[in-house]
Ligand binder design. Structure first.
Ligand code: AMP
Ligand code: MG
Length: 333
């Protein structure tokens, strides 16, 4: 079958993507070396082989994206029916929703990666499939002077998605145990204390109805070199390059160690870490799309019931109701 003729989502093989890509449990650092950045866990046989897989996966992402857009709309509608996001009031009336009572839900995708790891591409391809109206996308660069006057979580709290929204963090509070550690921006005792702070913070979020999906896009140094070379060759990509990228690259091993510890220390059942092999962009997008699909399905969302008498409103409309400007009068003009 040609890629564009596919009409059905094919589920991953060997388990859900959430199961297949979840970092191994245990308190120690995660062994990043055990995951091949070119591997494609869960990719079904239906994808075909060799060059067929890319167009197949791209088409699947479109199909999954349509489902994500629908789930996102249900999340938004449920929050709106509950009086969110404008003014939080009563409990969500969404049928059978597992979201915490009284707290309309939100989903937050946290994306972390080395430079060229594909964070922007994932936002474009996967988040881009959803309705911009319900998306809350934030990127984190070096803290501003104002941000530096506050605790490291201050700017993160301010960037959280409102109830009903799907948030995407392009980099996050994890930079404060990654670049802050590797570049020694703060003393070791300061960044060491942050793992527990992060776990407490994320616990607070999940208790408050935020569903967290934390993703490390895992690329190889060889793939990073290719992408950096591309950014230094194609003038339309110069804007993506920063000379400091090469300084970070020179500390590859230190960064991997920092990631390994952050993922190991801050992977919890409430706020799990997923390690997505990302040398192949089409697999990366396919895997993240499925992660979101599976996460949404776990929320068991629905459309909220009408907060008005539907039959009565239909009759009012049919009888020219609504302030004397009914259908009949409009038609006669
Ligand atoms: P980019 O994602 O390419 O726009 O780059 C953003 C830069 O901001 C990266 O070099 C990050 O390491 C840096 N950055 C993000 N968060 C922090 C932080 N908390 N402290 C220091 N640097 C940061
Ligand atoms: Mg960059």
């Amino acid at each position: 079958m040609r890629a564009d003729e596919q009409t059905e989502i094919v589920v991953p093989e060997g388990g859900t993507v959430r199961e297949l890509l979840r970092v191994p449990s245990g308190d120690g650092p995660v062994d990043l070396g055990a995951v091949d950045p070119r591997s494609t866990p869960g990719l079904p046989a239906a994808a075909g082989g060799g060059k067929d897989r890319k167009p197949w996966a791209r088409r699947q992402v479109e199909l999954i994206g349509a489902g994500l857009a629908r789930q996102q709309e249900m999340l938004f509608a449920t929050a709106k029916a509950a009086g969110e996001p404008d003014a939080p009031t009563s409990a969500p009336s969404g049928g059978g929703s597992k979201l915490r009572p009284g707290r309309p839900g939100r989903l937050l995708l946290v994306l972390q990666a080395m430079d060229c790891g594909g964070k922007d591409g994932t936002v474009k391809r996967v988040a881009g499939a959803m309705n911009p109206l319900g998306l809350h996308i934030r990127s984190f660069g070096p803290p501003t002077r104002q941000e530096l006057r506050h605790d490291f979580l201050w700017r993160i709290r301010r960037a959280l998605p409102p109830p009903g929204y799907v948030g995407v963090f392009n980099r996050s509070h994890y930079e404060d145990v990654l670049v802050a550690r590797v570049d020694a921006l703060v003393p070791e005792e300061t960044w060491r204390a942050r793992y527990d702070r992060i776990n407490a913070f994320e616990r607070e979020l999940t208790d408050g109805g935020v569903t967290l999906v934390k993703v490390m896009l895992h690329i190889s140094p060889q793939e990073q070199a290719r992408r950096l070379a591309d950014r230094l060759t194609d003038p339309t990509k110069f804007w993506k390059y920063q000379p400091s990228d090469l300084d970070s690259r020179a500390r590859w091993g230190d960064y991997q160690a920092a990631y390994a510890e952050a993922l190991g220390r801050c992977d919890t059942d409430a706020a799990p870490w997923f390690l997505v092999p990302a040398d192949r962009k089409w697999y990366r997008d396919w895997a993240v799309a499925h992660l979101l699909r599976e996460t949404f399905e776990g929320l068991d969302l629905g459309y909220p019931a009408a907060a008005f008498d539907v039959e009565r409103e239909r009759q009012r409309l049919a009888s020219g109701g609504g302030g004397g400007r009914g259908e009949q009068q409009v038609n006669e003009r």
